[in-house]
Design a protein around this ligand. Structure first.
Ligand code: PLP
Length: 477
């Protein structure tokens, strides 16, 4: 911190204001439940309160904190115990503090040399996770593979697809472009980020095959095989399959084992997207989600969803890092250094898209150290238990029906009065600010998704929300 110039915040002021900011955050968590979960502002409400011009003369930091009063109404409270929308972004004290230290250090871990600890801690903690979650050993750095932290699951899928594309063209597609014949496959229930990756990677949407799903919304391997064979007959080249473990709409589990066998038979890259579901494997009893990973060329899950590590932190493993590095590596003169030349270290800029990298492993490391394996397991088990109880409540109410299996912590249900009614009910719940839930469509039915995974959610919160849903459904009939 600059001690001399007048324009900078001196360390004494930083210390004083920093304590206030920590108090501010702690107060926020103490009161987060009191805010409407979904922000109630209208488009433009926040901007209309911001001055047209930035200040010429800087403000005091107290005034800057005061300005948070403009911002707060425009916050949707992801950390509220009544947040059940999408999938969670469950955070925790050690994660926030770890991230703060990372921000304070302000390092850019683009290569080993630019902060050796940043690279080595990341590799080490991701090796730990392989053991903690009983993942295949091929993902460890002492084998041919390894792990790296990406910002999001979307980036992980994209990086996997780019590597598959490069592999399929013997390292030529970065030079010559995708050849219009490469085909990618995923299920109709896969996350939209796979389609986005297909577009960005130049595969082209027309070369993306959506595989049908069964009655549980899991990919049908027979349909995958059928489309691969047809594409081969048509002179096309299947290069990439993305299986999902825990789909966004309903947490359906694709049969990775069977899909993996097909990929092996046809030499197709298999990426497994377990963005939300992955952390369940911290507990032995839920390791069914790892089934088939021995076939996976790459695997992804997000500690920023369900492992108490605040956004962003997405783990990406590859079975053969050389393929990833060959795809991503680029070495202009200004990045050359002796340690990199010696090939004795990893330069993680070659494991993803951006050059610059935040020190994300610090917060993950501190979370694992703070909770220990047993604390993390308890976190997962508590949510699984609560979900079972909520499911029983929903099942025993004849006005509602559950429309998909609940292998983990997402319950998909609808009101028996049909789509329009269920949609109206959801709107009323969200407008109330008492809880925030989102929807999906399954078999053309409008479905409410009740996603459990927030750090501070208790069974009492779930009871209150469920009672409110039932009460509201009676009021709007
Ligand atoms: N994959 C799955 C299965 C998801 O559920 C999600 C988001 O919910 C994603 C990918 C995208 O995650 P991210 O926001 O990390 O890109």
């Amino acid at each position: 911190m600059n001690k001399s110039k007048k324009i900078h915040m001196k360390t004494e002021e930083f210390r004083k204001q920093g304590h206030k900011v920590i108090d501010w955050i702690a107060d926020y968590y103490d009161h987060v439940e009191e805010y409407p979960v979904l922000s109630q502002v209208k488009p433009g409400d926040i901007r209309s309160q911001l001055p047209d011009e930035p200040p010429i003369k800087g403000k005091s930091h107290d005034e800057i904190i005061e300005d948070m009063n403009i911002i707060m109404p425009g916050i949707t409270h992801w950390q509220s115990p009544n947040f059940h929308a999408f999938f969670p972004c469950a955070t925790s004290g050690p994660a926030i503090l770890g991230d703060l230290i990372s921000t304070g250090l302000g390092v850019n871990g683009m290569s080993w040399e630019t902060s050796p600890a940043c690279t080595e801690l990341e590799t080490h903690v991701l090796d730990w996770l392989v053991d903690m979650m009983a993942l295949p050993k091929k993902f460890k750095s002492n084998s041919k593979g390894g792990g790296v932290i990406q910002d999001t699951a979307s980036s992980s899928s994209l990086v996997a697809l780019l590597t598959a594309r490069e592999k399929a063209s013997n390292g030529k597609s970065n030079e010559n472009g995708a050849n219009g014949k490469f085909i990618a496959y995923t299920s109709s229930q896969a996350h939209s980020s796979i389609e986005k990756a297909v577009k960005i990677a130049g595969i082209g949407k027309k070369n993306m095959r959506m595989i049908n799903v069964d009655e549980h919304f899991s990919m049908k391997p027979s349909h995958l095989r059928q489309l691969i064979e047809q594409d081969l007959k048509d002179g096309l080249k299947p290069i990439f399959v993305c299986a999902t473990v825990g789909t966004t709409s309903s947490t359906a589990l694709d049969p990775v084992n069977e899909i993996g066998k097909i990929c092996k038979e046809y030499d197709i890259w298999l990426h497994v997207d377990a963005a939300m579901a992955g952390p369940a494997a911290l507990c032995e009893e839920y390791r069914f989600i790892n089934e088939g990973l021995d076939y996976a060329d790459s695997y992804n899950f997000n500690p920023h969803k369900w492992m108490l590590t605040n956004f962003d932190c997405s783990i990406f493993y590859v079975a053969d890092r050389s393929q990833l590095i060959n795809t991503m590596s680029i070495l202009p003169e200004y990045l050359k250094n002796k340690t990199s030349d010696s090939e004795s270290v990893f330069d993680l800029r070659d494991w993803g898209i951006p050059l610059g990298r935040r020190f994300r492993s610090l917060k993950l490391w501190q979370v694992i150290n703070y909770y220990g394996i047993s604390g993390l397991q308890q976190f997962i088990r508590d949510h699984m238990k609560m979900t079972k109880t909520l499911r029983l409540w929903i099942e025993s109410n004849k006005d509602f029906e559950i429309v998909a299996p609940t292998p983990l912590t997402l319950i998909c249900f609808r009101h028996i009065n049909g789509n329009a009614f269920t949609e109206r009910l959801l709107t009323r719940i969200n407008e109330s600010g008492k809880a925030y839930l989102t929807h999906t469509k399954l078999n053309d039915q409008f479905i409410i998704r009740f996603s459990i995974g927030q750090t501070s959610t208790t069974i009492e919160h779930l009871k209150k929300t469920w009672d409110y849903i039932v009460k509201t459904s009676r009021e709007i009939i």
